[in-house]
Write a protein of this length. Structure first.
Length: 316
């Protein structure tokens, strides 16, 4: 009965099974991570009607069970594994097994109460998978090109053939990403707005559409913090440390960095801003990070106001 009044559920996801922990009752059990096991879990948790179900992001393995639980009307949140690890260390839980992880997730939900956000729909999940695949292909291309410089001649031919094949696969994935975006009127409209900014191309646009759905719904400080380009204080007593950026969504930050490199050359507003910061003695890396923050806040303002690029645009 205590569970029914308001319990918290932690689910540790692995490829073959799901470990489930309930707080405050302490009940723990395991089900198979397949259609039958997920259905039995959904039925059991629907009867409990928990206040919150918490899972870690696990390379997409968590999505089938998360989608089914959300479809059943349950409050599901997928959290950053780093947050959970920090929470576990802070509470003295250093041991690690699947069942212990499930208990920590349940306790994390009970103590921290992470915000429940809508899960990605099927269309966004497919676009996100394509973008992840694109990232993997780019990583493989980089690795093969690095190997090419030091490989023996008899191996270079094979590496070059693989590079050509990967480049074709990359072109195919890029074409598929564009087809998915063009098929959605909402995405087409947002794409036109985002790519009106000099330096913003299809890779950043697609990444923002699927990995930063909050774009346009936050203020400039919130969006900068979410991406991980907001300087954070490091002060204690009389000590005043350097402000540093950290955390946030690494995937977005990586493509934003590359777009900003283009923007400080092609975009007159960011170029002027970058040169001014460098002229004031800021290190180039610091100046570039500031430009990343300025670019994402400009894009956020444009989506919020549904207006294309204007060089005199003020961020809000």
């Amino acid at each position: 009965m205590k569970d029914k009044l308001g319990c918290f559920v932690g689910i540790d996801v692995s490829k073959s099974h799901l470990d489930v922990a309930i707080r405050p009752s302490g009940k723990i059990w395991t089900v198979a991570n397949d259609a039958k096991g997920i259905k039995s879990l959904v039925d059991a948790l629907t009867d409990l009607n928990p206040l919150l179900i918490v899972m870690e992001s696990t390379a997409g393995l968590e999505m089938p069970v998360a989608v089914d639980l959300a479809a059943a009307g349950l409050n599901v949140v997928i959290v950053n594994p780093r947050q959970v690890r920090d929470f576990a260390r802070a509470t003295g839980k250093l041991a690690k097994t699947d069942r212990i992880d499930a208990q920590i997730l349940a306790r994390f939900g009970e103590m921290v109460r992470p915000e429940v956000r809508p899960l990605k729909d099927e269309q966004i999940q497919e676009l996100s998978a394509l973008i992840s695949r694109r990232r993997q292909i780019v990583d493989m291309l980089t690795a093969e090109k690095n190997r090419l410089t030091s490989a023996p001649k008899r191996i270079q031919k094979d590496i070059k053939a693989h590079i050509q094949w990967l480049e074709k696969r990359l072109d195919n994935v890029d074409d598929e990403i564009q087809k998915r975006i063009k098929a959605s009127p909402i995405w087409r409209e947002k794409e036109a707005i985002l790519q009106s900014v000099p330096g913003v191309g299809p890779v950043l646009t697609a990444s923002l559409l699927c990995d930063l759905p909050e774009l346009g719904r936050l203020n400039r400080r919130q969006v900068a913090a979410l991406v991980g380009v907001a300087p954070l204080n490091r002060d204690s007593g009389l000590f005043r440390g350097k402000r540093k950026v950290w955390g946030g969504r690494a995937n977005i930050r990586a493509v934003l960095y590359m777009a900003t490199l283009s923007s400080v050359r092609a975009n007159s507003v960011l170029k002027l801003f970058y040169n001014r910061l460098c002229g004031e003695g800021k290190p180039p890396k610091v100046a570039l990070t500031a430009c990343m923050r300025k670019l994402i806040t400009i894009l956020n303002s444009m989506i919020k106001n549904n207006t294309p690029w204007q060089p005199c645009l003020k961020t809000t």
